[in-house]
Design a protein around this ligand. Structure first.
Ligand SMILES: [Zn+2]
Length: 251
């Protein structure tokens, strides 16, 4: 099987169908489309319907998007489509977000969204895709208490002692094309065993080195950077990360 982009905000891309076509042409075997709001959950489901077998859906409310979201509606939607999804995400905590910094009491509501989605993932027996910026320890602690016990700490760039806890708890970590620019991400990927690493793009996040927005085909760049960092043959890194993704998400 070809490489899989395990985390792309496909519904947020300007031309998702074109990006899917280019991903197929580049030899990818699939894309996991994550969601951030109730509205993008709808977009994700539509894209999965259109590109069945290639686009896989993860539904959830993102920790920087929860401010105006209806948690009950999000949970109903995830439960309704739980059987068609391969994960709950993108969920998590972000203590560095400007609105959370401005008003720390919003952390409580952010944690409420995270915990309820973790519990639903456990109930549905689905892995979670976790955003943990600035809140790595709390993300791990709450996932351990309430989560399904499987998933990925996406784009992990936090402290290495918490990374050890993430790996000990059985989670995967993932990296993006930011491997070319972020020393924190590089340090985390150097410390993690290859069989626990997944590759992704977090499209349409900007690729600093290239001065453009990313799309799923750029997971090939992530793979090249990871192989270089690990000093391993590209083929081995591609095979190992694809195998791990297929096993975790049951693709
Ligand atoms: Zn994301």
């Amino acid at each position: 099987m070809g490489p899989l982009d395990t985390h792309a905000h496909l519904a947020d891309l300007p031309d998702p169908d074109g990006a899917v076509a280019r991903a197929r042409d580049s030899g990818l075997s699939g894309v996991i489309a994550v969601s951030a709001t109730v509205a993008t959950c709808g977009g994700t489901l539509r894209l999965m319907g259109k590109h069945g077998g290639f686009v896989h859906a993860a539904l959830g409310v993102h920790p920087t998007e929860f401010f105006d979201q209806d948690l009950g509606a999000a949970l109903d939607l995830i439960r309704e489509h739980g059987g068609e999804c391969i994960a709950v995400g993108e969920i998590g905590l972000d203590y560095w977000h400007k609105l959370v910094r401005r008003d720390p009491t919003t952390k409580e509501r952010q944690r409420g969204f995270y915990v309820e989605q973790l519990r639903l993932a456990r109930e549905l027996d689905l892995p979670v895709s976790i955003h943990s910026r600035g809140a790595w320890g709390d993300c791990l602690a709450l996932a351990s208490w309430h989560g399904p016990g499987k998933g990925v700490f996406h784009w992990y760039s936090g402290p290495l002692d918490i990374l050890d806890g993430v790996l000990d708890a059985g989670y995967h970590v993932s990296c993006t094309p930011a491997l070319g620019a972020s020393s924190e991400l590089r340090a985390a990927m150097l410390r993690s065993p290859l069989e626990r690493i997944l590759v992704e793009t977090d499209s349409p996040v900007w690729i600093k080195g290239e001065g453009r927005a990313s799309e799923p085909a750029d997971v090939l760049l992530t793979l090249r950077l990871l192989a270089e960092l690990k000093g391993l043959p590209l083929g081995d890194v591609e095979a190992a990360t694809s195998r791990s993704a297929a096993r975790l998400f049951k693709i």
